[in-house]
Structures are given as C-alpha cells and as structure tokens.
Design a protein around this ligand. Structure first.
Ligand code: NAI
Ligand code: MG
Length: 400
C-alpha cells in the first residue's frame, strides 16, 4: 500500500506540543504515513509577513490531508507592531490563516463531534425530577457551514454609495435605519448560497444515515431570519423528502436550542446550522463534554481536502512550561477524525477506545479534568502531564 503523506501544521504555542503527541499515538496505533511540515502561524507572519505561506498551500493542495495544531492570532494593529521592521512599510495586513485556509480550499463543511466519555469529571450533570443528579450521555455531531453567512466577510462601516442606495430600496431599512447618519452605520451581511447550503445539509443527512442517527436537527431561526434560515429550512425539507425519508428532520431555533442544551442534550443527534449558529451551538455542546481539552473539528472541501484540528487555540500562557500540562485529547481526537476520513476507521476506533479506557479508569488526568487552575504546580497536585496522558493512551493501545 502506498504511504500517505500528511501535512503537519503545528502552528504556535501548545499547537506544537499536542500535535506531536497525536503523531505519537498514530504511530503507536500502527498507522504509517509520511509527514511533511507545513509552516503556519504567528512566527511566519512576524518573519515573512504571511501567516499562511504559499508553500504551505501548495503542500496541502498536493497531499490533501492536513493535521493542524493551533495558531496565535492578534488584532491588526498589534500584528503590525510585531512584524519584522524590514517589512513594516509594505502595506501588509494580518488576517487569520485559519480563515485563509478555509477560503483557499473552500473547506465549506465543518464537522464537530461532541461525545461524552463516561467517567470524565467534566461531564455535564443536571438534577432529575426528584433532585437526584443525572449525567445525560451526549452523542452529537455538529455540521457547520464553514465559508458563508456572517463570517463571509462582506461588511462595511459607513457603507459606500452603491451599498447605501441598495439598502434604501428595502422598506425595512428606510423605516428602521433611514434616520441614522450613514457614517454611524455598520453592516455585516449574512449571505447563504443554495449550493453551499445544500452541501452542508446533504452532508449532515448522509452522516446521520451512515452512522445510525435517527434525526437531523436544523438549528437556525427561520421564523425571524426568513431569507437565509428560511431557505435553509425549505431546502432541508426537500432534501429529506427526496433523499433521506428514513431520517427525521427536527427544526429548532438557535436561542431555544441553547436552553434545551441543558434540559435534554441526550435527545439530539446530528445538528446542522449556518456558520455563526454552527459555531455557537458547537461550542455550547463542547461545554457539556469537557470543553476545550476534548473538542475537535474537521473541515472538508468538495474536492477531497480535509484539515483536522482541536478547537482550542495556542494557549500561549501554557506554551512555555518546562513540562507541558495541557490536555492532548482534543488533538488526538482530531487525528482520529483524520483516520476516519482516509478510511482507517478501525485504527480510529482503537484509539478512541484507548482514550475512553483512560478516562473511565480516572487514574491519569490532566489539570483541566481535575478542575485545577492551570499552573506548573498542578503536577505536584497529581495532575498528569501532557506526555503522561498520551503515554496512558498508548499503553491502553498496546495492551488491547
Ligand atoms: P485557547 O483555546 O488558546 O485557550 C483558552 C484556555 O483554554 C487556556 O488558557 C486553557 O485554560 C484552556 N485550554 C486550551 N486548550 C487546552 C488544552 N488542550 N488542555 C487544557 N486546557 C486548555 O484560547 P485563547 O486563550 O482565547 O487564545 C489564545 C490564542 O489562540 C489567541 O491568539 C487566539 O487567537 C488563538 N486561537 C486559535 C485557535 C485555533 O488555532 N484554532 C482557536 C482559538 C483561539
Ligand atoms: Mg468558535
């Protein structure tokens, strides 16, 4: 079998740490691949004026699989201050390499699983009807449209003439904003295309069927945001009727969903939403299963590019520790999503089982799982280091 080449993009801070741990687990699980390193992140902005160099895009374009750690991002002005002085008057403007990656490869489908690991002390607990504690099992996979909507970047403050004139053709604009001075207006658009909306909905339904989920929940707000959410809901009903009559379609509003999150999270399976609401609902569900140390994410394009990453950032505060204390599980989970993508489901399954065993056993826990404030001293208080957590997972793999 030809070996695959995976583009490793460690990025910044703890991204560099957790990515290496994930690779160790992949190797221990017997997964063989060649790795090439893709430059991305703050370092490359400061040095070259580009946090996502062309050579990295070429590598991903060629090999199609990216395993990404995390990057550091800063506001435009701060970014300029840290840029190499020799590059400072070249008119370079910092923009997020993550958004850049999404746009360049049109990674329009984002998948974020949130599954409870039994025994995780960070699992959400609520009270039942007679006051007894209940720990609902969350088994949710969120499909987030990743390129359009409120994150599409079509926005203005003090909108230019043509935009302003166009807005004035809408009676609601005249009624609600006609009296506001133009320079006091900021406009961010929420544009949905039918094609991209179809793709995310279809991906959600297909996943539900393939993985035995009985429902897909569309989480938008079609009663108020009638054009974009409305189009998505209409399309969801059509797709379900034509292709997936065996899967139920549920329709919840994003605000109500946030409330139901803590009432009955166990009732949901596959959830699908536009960009902003997908971002919100995925963070919310991640909170129920342990938060940033456990949340991972995959992004796919129509032509077969996949990028896999933990949801957390570079946590610069923890990056410089002599002995790292951060939780590697989110990154290892991301590597499992990569394995699923390339058809190595059995290997992914073994790694997930090993993670589950370590968590259930509860002997080896990183500081976040012990609810300790992050500090080097957590090790003295019994917290596992990043490496020890990974080693425990590898040990379970080896003894399986
Ligand atoms: P962050 O996710 O880096 O860290 C927030 C806090 O979460 C940390 O201080 C730590 O307490 C906890 N945490 C994060 N990862 C953890 C792990 N693996 N194990 C245990 N605890 C963990 O977010 P923050 O501090 O808002 O941003 C730091 C930098 O990361 C910023 O420059 C930001 O722009 C960037 N960022 C990058 C992302 C990415 O690369 N995908 C996503 C989010 C933020
Ligand atoms: Mg987010």
């Amino acid at each position: 079998m030809a070996t695959r080449t995976i583009v490793k993009m460690p990025g910044d801070g703890i991204g560099k740490i957790v990515l290496e741990e994930a690779v160790r687990v992949l190797e221990a699980a017997g997964f063989r691949a060649d790795y090439v390193e893709g430059d991305i992140g703050w370092e490359f902005w400061c040095r070259e004026g580009n946090p996502l160099p062309e050579r990295t895009l070429e590598l991903i374009g060629k090999h199609k699989i990216g395993l990404f750690g995390a990057i550091t991002s800063k506001p435009k002005d701060e970014a300029l201050e840290e840029l190499d002085p020799a590059l400072r008057d070249k008119g370079l403007v910092y923009s997020s390499p993550i958004v850049g990656l999404r746009q360049h490869f049109n990674l329009d489908i984002c998948v974020r699983p949130c599954h409870t690991y039994p025994g995780n002390p960070l699992n959400f607990i609520r009270r039942g009807p007679t006051g007894e504690p209940e720990e609902p099992v969350v088994d949710v996979v969120i499909f987030r449209q990743n390129t359009e909507g409120l994150y599409g970047g079509v926005e203005w403050s003090n909108p230019p003439d043509q935009v302003y004139e166009a807005l004035k053709t809408h009676p609601k604009f005249v009624k609600n904003f006609g009296h506001v001075p133009r320079e006091e207006l900021s406009v961010s658009t929420r544009i949905f295309s039918k094609k991209a909306t179809y793709r995310i909905l279809d991906a959600a339904f297909a996943y539900a069927r393939e993985n035995g989920y009985r429902s897909v929940t569309l989480c938008e707000k079609p009663n108020v945001i009638r054009e974009t959410s409305g189009m998505m809901y209409k399309l969801a009903r059509e797709i379900r009727q034509n292709k997936y009559p065996d899967i139920e379609l549920w329709n919840t509003n994003i605000d109500a969903q946030m409330m139901w999150l803590t009432k009955n999270p166990e009732d949901y399976g596959v959830i699908v939403a536009g960009n902003m609401f997908g971002d919100i609902v995925s963070d919310a569900f991640a909170g129920l299963i342990g938060g940033l140390g456990f949340a991972c994410s995959a992004q796919f394009s129509a032509d077969g590019v996949g990028v896999f990453e933990p949801t957390h950032g570079s946590a610069p505060k923890y990056a410089g520790y002599e002995v790292s204390i951060v939780n590697p599980v989110a990154m290892i989970e991301a590597a499992c999503m990569m394995l699923d993508f390339i058809g190595e489901k059995e290997t992914a399954g073994r790694i997930r089982k090993a993670i589950a065993e370590v968590i259930l056993e509860g002997k080896v826990r990183t500081y976040d799982m012990m609810k300790l404030p992050g500090a080097p001293s957590v090790i003295e208080h019994g917290a596992a280091t990043t490496r020890q957590m990974t080693d425990a997972i590898i040990e379970k793999l080896n003894s399986a």
